[in-house]
Design a protein around this ligand. Structure first.
Ligand SMILES: [Zn+2]
Length: 304
């Protein structure tokens, strides 16, 4: 059994308002089929279909304030209530105490220690990795958790070798904005097919997409819709390749943001968790908050 997780930063369950919520208008046939034809909104509630379970999930964790990426991602990848431990939601990057918690409890690190193969499948440009090395920028909590496993983060060469995908799946933005032209360009569906195939090399494979959070902060609305429709096509590609008895696909986020473009900051909304595969009920049992991700993965990977 293996797990492929698709993380989208800053997506929550918001109002059914076509003026401010891209989820209210985006054409997402693949994802909606998995949730009984229902859009991913505040009123959707828990859904169970043949292939999937959808669970509105609590990212607030009994801590006041709006959830943030630093502590949210750290919670997701340690199983600990990190905002409660440090006394607040904090982000976007992890502060010192959060980094210490990740260093000790990173799920990537734990899995590798137990002879499981775990890797972050997102590749980062050389420039970013260089800036991290010389202390010019901090790793995100997800990058930090992956780093603690001892495996290097993937980069351009890994995209070329089809070991990794870029954050936006298709390399489109690398080509357009970073002018990195020596990488293959995929359709979203092809990108999904590659992701599913690559994930079979690991017990725990995790892809991290952050652009949804950026659109949540800056818009525009049309880009939010476009990202969701691209992601839906990526999921179609993954499902082309995927057998429901080989493991689980999990779609997850850290906090709400893009579901309400009438404000530029994060929301306190629930976030979606989607679980696809034959073992979905095992994973979903008692799942209600971001702290539940690691214990649920443990049940699948260690048969706990
Ligand atoms: Zn943000």
């Amino acid at each position: 059994m293996h797990i492929l997780t698709l993380f989208l930063d800053g997506i929550g369950l918001g109002e059914n308002d076509p003026e401010k919520n891209p989820f209210a208008v985006a054409d997402m046939p693949t994802l909606h089929e998995l949730t009984n034809g229902k859009r991913w909104l505040a009123g959707t509630g828990r859904q169970e279909s043949d292939r999937a379970i959808f669970i509105p999930t609590d990212p607030r964790l009994d801590v006041a304030g709006r959830p943030q990426s630093g502590t949210g991602q750290a919670t997701m990848l340690t199983g600990l209530n990190v905002p409660k431990m440090i006394g607040r939601h904090y982000g976007p990057k992890p502060e010192a105490q959060t980094r210490e918690i990740i260093a000790e409890h990173s799920y990537f690190k734990k899995l590798v220690k137990h002879d499981k193969k775990a890797h972050l499948l997102t590749a980062y440009p050389h420039g970013l990795l260089h800036d991290i090395e010389r202390g010019k920028t901090l790793r995100s909590s997800i990058q930090q958790a992956a780093h603690e496993s001892g495996n290097p983060l993937f980069t351009v060469e890994d995209v070329v070798a089809k070991r990794a995908l870029t954050a936006e799946w298709t390399t489109d933005m690398w080509q357009k904005y970073l002018k990195i032209s020596d990488v293959p360009e995929y359709s979203p569906r092809e990108a999904g097919q590659i992701l599913a195939r690559v994930s079979r090399d690991y017990d725990f494979a995790f892809h991290s997409h952050w652009f949804t959070d950026r659109v949540g902060h800056r818009g525009p609305f049309t880009k939010g819709v476009e990202l969701l429709e691209t992601f839906d096509a990526v999921m179609a590609g993954i499902l082309d390749e995927w057998n429901d008895d080989e493991g689980l696909i999990i779609v997850i986020s850290d906090h709400g943001n893009m579901e309400d473009l009438s404000v530029r900051h994060h929301t306190g909304n629930d976030i979606p968790t989607l679980i696809i595969g034959n073992q979905k009920s095992v994973f979903a049992e008692n799942y209600s908050a971001l702290t539940d991700f690691v214990p649920a993965c443990d049940k699948i990977l260690f048969g706990l």
